[in-house]
Ligand binder design. Structure first.
Ligand SMILES: *Cc1c(COP(=O)(O)O)cnc(C)c1O
Length: 395
């Protein structure tokens, strides 16, 4: 059976070119980047070349890029690192639709005496910059708002929020894990001080990421030990991972425009045709969304069942977030944009990648209405009229 992968926001396949660049660092070039001999130098030079490639995407200094074990660690570091550097009981501002790596870290800090404001979002998932401004207090030490949402794909007004943060002298973090190498992410244009990245979301390996830290930012280190990453993040470097991260960044930057144009065309066709299905709607903003994200809800069905039905036909999709898909609670993002529980259950996220073809989308458009119809035929929900469907009008 053919298999079509449409879950690129959960993870991407490792690019073949990236794998080739990594291979020697698993075998002949196995040195520890801290060693003084030629094996060590070979590794540390590769690490520094990768740092430059990551910095080229962010348009920052390579010395402002610090490698981590992935996106989750980068988000944890940004929040806890600033909190620890600024002292107890201070105030943090974030949004209510962040990834759990930010949201649960903020909740943890709250339990430990910090104050946190969780900003609401509108029906598209936008944080209002003036809400950010109003929430700033004398003791605010950090604002953390994601660049693009991993579920509904909405791109947040980061430049504007960044401008406010800068004017008010508050440190600004963005979780850029979904945006990096999909849309421009130049830290000076975005006015951010901290930017989280994870390599496996853009054709790099799993288990490697980075935190961009603007020079001069007061931040504590979370991992103490041998003083790697200039004393900021101890632990022997994951050299093959870092090499793959660098290679994926270089490739991603080079291909960003072409890949996103191709994906936008496929995405828009997917959205237009899917919305012809009865009782369906698009979540997130129709235009200000990630090039690869299409996120729908369908009335009267369960998203999980639809995922399994699609999987039977070889289509790999998601209800929204890989992290919450095993729990019965509907997505916090969908509830925050104003969906009712019963509406939020019937969600489907299709996230494209650079290898997807028009023919694959045609196949999805053929299979999807069939599978939805089958599920609706056996649906226990019969009260279609009682559901007031949430249908954002085009702006
Ligand atoms: C995937 C993801 C993370 C977590 O990154 P990992 O490298 O998988 O730990 C954090 N935030 C967002 C928005 C993500 O999409």
């Amino acid at each position: 059976m053919r298999r079509i992968y449409l879950d690129h926001s959960a993870t991407t396949p490792l690019d073949r070119e990236v794998l080739e660049e990594m291979k020697p660092y698993f075998s002949s070039k196995f040195g520890n980047a801290s060693s003084l001999h030629s094996f060590g130098r070979e590794a540390s030079e590769a690490v520094e070349r990768s740092r430059e490639k990551v910095a080229a995407v962010l348009k920052c200094k390579p010395s402002e890029v610090f490698f981590t074990s992935g996106g989750t660690e980068a988000d944890n570091w940004a929040l806890k690192g600033i909190a620890l550097a600024e002292g107890k009981n201070k105030h943090i501002i974030t949004s209510s639709i962040e990834h759990p790596a930010v949201l649960h870290t903020a909740q943890y800090l709250e339990k430990n005496g910090y104050k946190v404001t969780y900003l609401p979002v509108d029906r598209y998932g936008f944080v209002n910059p003036s809400d950010v401004e109003d929430a700033i207090r004398k003791d605010t030490i950090l604002i953390s708002v994601m660049h693009a949402n991993n579920e509904i794909g909405t791109i947040e007004p980061i430049e504007e929020i960044g401008r406010i943060a800068k004017e008010r002298g508050v440190c600004f973090h963005t979780d850029g894990i979904q945006s990096f190498c999909k849309i421009p992410a130049e830290v000076d244009k975005l006015n951010v001080d901290l930017f989280s990245i994870s390599a496996h979301k853009f054709y790099g390996p799993k288990g490697i990421g980075a935190l961009y830290i603007r020079e001069g930012t007061k931040i504590e280190t979370l991992l103490h030990g041998g003083g790697h990453e200039r004393g900021m993040r101890s632990g022997t470097e994951n050299v093959p991972g870092i090499v793959g991260f660098g290679a994926a960044s270089e490739l991603g930057l080079k291909r960003m425009k072409k890949d996103s144009e191709k994906m936008i065309a496929l995405r828009d066709r997917l959205i237009k045709e899917t919305l012809k299905i009865e009782d369906s709607w698009l979540n997130g903003h129709p235009v200000k969304r990630l090039p690869n994200n299409a996120h729908f809800c369908f009335g009267l069905i369960e998203g999980e069942s639809l995922i399994l039905y699609l999987d039977e036909r070889g289509i790999a999709a998601s209800t929204g977030s890989a992290c919450s898909s095993k729990s019965l609670e509907p997505s916090h993002v969908l509830l925050r944009i104003g969906l009712k529980h019963e509406e939020a259950h019937g969600s489907l996220r299709l996230t494209l990648g650079r290898e997807n073809t028009k023919e694959e989308i045609d196949y999805v458009l053929e299979v999807l209405p069939e599978q939805i119809e089958k599920l609706r035929a056996i649906s226990p929900f019969k009260t279609r009229k009682e559901l007031s469907f949430f249908k954002p009008t085009e702006k």
